[in-house]
Design a protein around this ligand. Structure first.
Ligand code: ATP
Length: 368
């Protein structure tokens, strides 16, 4: 354990107290981050939260107001982009239109001192890696968007950089191609073992691709964690709201793990008990965190709810429910199509459910 911790101590990239001011506006405020060797990290956040600015500072394409960037312990804070060790892929594929695919991929190698035969071998290897082994002699305009982005990826990897930076690489693609490339980038990143940072505003992309997600808001990091951590244990109301769907119930603390919402006393096993009785709280519950079958007298947080709307989405449906006991507050809950039939969940019907006591999270109303 001790040795593992020591190894982890050498971060592939360290962001130390980065601040970025655009005149009087602070786009980043005292950002600290350690990226582990070989991991895929996603910067996730709404438009304007500073994720692109942070990536550009790491790349040396933007200058920080203060703070430092260390790559494998080396201070690169003030080095120009070409003196840093990374490959980058942008949203727009940014290939040279008048060069063949092979020449695009080998571009960074030609500028170095590599031999022609070695360059050809490396280009072939990379084109095979991204699934385009026979496209070397084509031109970018002959390829689809997804294929061009694969070429951009191959080009970014050509010089065997220590770090791969991806700036919204999937945003320009159609939905199907986006999902396909999502899986491919992930596979390729693990296969090559390259430390990678990807910027995205798409939570599904971050949840499905990242080893760890960095959730940003208004120039600060709200939480860093595995996708499951972020989804199941959001550290702040912003994270709970931004990643995944969530219901918010207003209530107040009763002490310990008990909270009152309307006429109901809700038991929240996962909530930290640092609330004083009477504190106003918002209770957060994911749509899937309800029990609708095999309810017993001992099941906590039971209620009889009125179905006010059913949204049919295919295999998974959303039922909007309300209850007098909740003083009219509504919940959007997920049910499988089979449950919809089995439990006769229809607009105007009543259903018995329980809110999962180990899933509800409480946040102080002040910070919500
Ligand atoms: P998006 O997904 O929209 O690109 P983002 O999270 O990547 O959002 P940034 O592009 O990093 O956000 O921008 C962060 C903030 O800094 C924004 O409010 C933006 O308007 C501001 N900003 C970025 N570049 C500049 C600049 N050159 N001059 C002034 N303000 C800037």
């Amino acid at each position: 354990k001790f040795i593992a911790d020591e190894l982890q101590a050498t971060a592939a990239l360290e962001v130390v107290g980065i601040r970025k001011d655009f005149e009087s506006f602070s786009a980043l405020r005292d950002v600290h981050l350690r990226v582990k060797p070989g991991e895929m990290l996603c910067f996730l956040g709404p438009s304007g939260c500073g994720k692109t600015t942070l990536l550009r500072i790491i790349a040396g394409l933007e200058t920080q107001t203060s703070g430092r960037i260390l790559q494998n312990g080396r201070d690169v804070s003030w080095l120009p982009p070409d003196k840093r060790d990374y490959g980058i892929v942008f949203q727009s594929y940014a290939l040279f239109p008048n060069l063949t695919i092979a020449d695009n991929v080998g571009y960074g190698l030609v500028n170095g001192k590599a031999k022609r035969a070695d360059i050809k071998a490396r280009v072939d290897e990379l084109l095979t890696l991204v699934g385009l082994p026979t496209s070397g002699q084509k031109y970018p305009s002959q390829l689809s968007g997804g294929q061009q982005q694969r070429v951009a990826l191959a080009r970014a990897l050509a010089t065997r950089p220590g770090l791969l930076l991806l700036d919204e690489p999937l945003s320009a693609l159609d939905a199907l191609e986006r999902i396909r490339l999502r899986g491919e980038i992930r596979r390729l990143q693990k296969q090559v073992g390259i430390t990678t940072i990807m910027v995205t505003h798409d939570q599904e992309e971050a949840l499905s691709m990242a080893d760890r997600i960095v959730v940003m808001n208004h120039g600060v990091i709200e939480q860093v964690g595995t996708p499951m951590d972020i989804y199941e244990r959001p550290a702040t109301p912003f994270v709970a709201d931004f990643v995944g769907k969530v219901n918010v119930l207003r209530g107040h603390a009763l002490g310990g793990n008990l909270f009152r919402v309307g006429d109901m006393e809700l038991q929240c096993d996962a909530c930290d008990s640092g609330f004083e009785p009477g504190d106003p709280v918002n209770l957060y519950l994911r749509p899937e965190d309800r029990i609708a079958e095999n309810l017993g007298p001992e099941t906590p947080n039971r209620l009889s709810a009125l179905v006010t709307k059913v949204e049919f989405l295919g295999g998974l449906c959303i039922a909007e429910v309300t209850a007098d006991a909740l003083h009219g507050q509504t919940l959007g809950l997920h049910f499988s199509l089979n449950q919809l039939h089995d439990l006769d969940i229809r607009e105007g019907n009543r259903i018995d459910i329980a809110l999962r006591s180990n899933r509800i999270r409480a946040f102080c109303e002040r910070t919500a």
